[in-house]
Design a protein around this ligand. Structure first.
Ligand SMILES: [Zn+2]
Length: 344
């Protein structure tokens, strides 16, 4: 099956100045896809603006108006981490719309799987506020869109960004039709994502948090995938899998303290693809979240596409982490999560 990608130069116009979340990230990814010839193997999917009605599936009208107002007034800082330029409102609509179109391409059968290479990222944005570099919650909006348009009953979101997707968790915390699984460094920004946060009401158990101590690398992440994510995904029996794909758990990424390599991301994506093939006819949509070391980010996104395409090549220019300390022990954490979620 064909593999789609969403990209448009419009995404470079969210001008954040010297911020770590800047246009250079997408430029590095696209350059890598072009230089390696990978881009020709992919099917372009055109993004569009998300409509206000689509944003309202997730966000309060007041929040949408505020982002629009700040853009009109020339941009500015929304909090200590999150900055906007005059174009950012429009670009953020394209980021949400790009993730919708990636989902649309997969659900409509135009491609087997797709990756929305968009910015600003989304998973920290809550119904009522922007935070953590995120304006609108792209993955949550695409999820709501797919639930409504295709009358889906079960969607799985896997979030392997190094930060907890507090916004996504909040949107679906009481919604049994969406299972949200997140691996993240903990304790760390934004502070949420403890083992005990499991959803509420009918959705008790539909939020699966895997808060990992700093220093985890490929083997710890793969253990978590094997022991928790795979059985939780199988129990969910999703009709579609969406992925908040952040690559800031890479060992070279200065924003966090994890030790994952490009090969580690490749293996995680291979497991996710296997789940999609087994559980939902391969229907799989990635949306870009974090990842701030340009070489690690570009190589990891390329590795993701290689897995989706079924390419055998292993291209890890950065290699394994040079970590000089002992990996943290996570056995008891895994046991605790399995017990809370009654996983086999
Ligand atoms: Zn992140």
């Amino acid at each position: 099956m064909e593999v789609g990608y969403v990209y448009d130069p419009i995404y470079l116009k969210h001008d954040t100045g010297e911020h770590v979340e800047n246009a250079g990230r997408l430029e590095a990814i696209i350059r890598r896809l072009e230089e390696t010839g990978l881009k020709q193997q992919l099917t372009p999917v055109k993004p569009r603006l998300a409509s206000v009605e689509e944003l309202l599936l997730v966000h309060q009208r007041q929040h949408i108006s505020r982002i629009q107002d700040v853009a009109k007034k020339g941009g500015g800082w929304l909090d200590a981490d999150t900055v906007m330029s005059p174009e950012s409102y429009e670009v953020a609509l394209y980021a949400a719309g790009g993730t919708i179109m990636a989902t649309e391409a997969v659900m409509g059968g135009k491609v087997g799987s797709a990756f929305a290479l968009v910015r600003p990222p989304g998973h920290h944005a809550t119904p009522r506020r922007a935070m953590g570099f995120c304006l609108f919650n792209n993955i949550a909006i695409a999820t709501e869109y797919a639930l409504a348009k295709y009358k889906l009953e079960r969607i799985l979101i896997i979030d392997f960004d190094v930060h907890h997707g507090n916004g996504t968790q909040e949107v679906f915390y009481t919604r049994p039709e969406v299972v949200y699984i997140s691996t993240h460094e903990y304790p760390f920004y934004p502070g949420t994502g403890s083992v005990e946060e499991t959803g509420s009401g009918e959705a008790k158990g539909a939020t699966v948090n895997i808060p990992l101590p700093a220093g985890c690398g490929d083997s710890e992440y793969l253990e978590v995938f094997d022991q928790i994510i795979v059985p939780a995904a199988k129990r969910c029996r999703p009709q579609l899998i969406l992925v908040s794909a952040g690559y800031d758990a890479h060992w070279a990424d200065g924003i966090a303290m994890m030790q994952v390599s490009v090969s580690g991301f490749r293996q995680m994506v291979r497991i996710i693809k296997g789940l999609a093939d087994e559980l939902c006819g391969g229907r799989l949509v990635f949306s870009l979240e974090g990842g701030y070391h340009l070489n690690a980010l570009a190589a990891s996104v390329k590795a993701t596409f290689d897995v989706l395409l079924g390419n055998a090549s292993i291209d890890d220019p950065l290699g394994q982490s040079p970590r000089s300390f002992r990996a943290p022990k996570i056995d008891s954490l895994i046991r605790a999560i399995k017990e809370i979620h009654k996983l086999p």
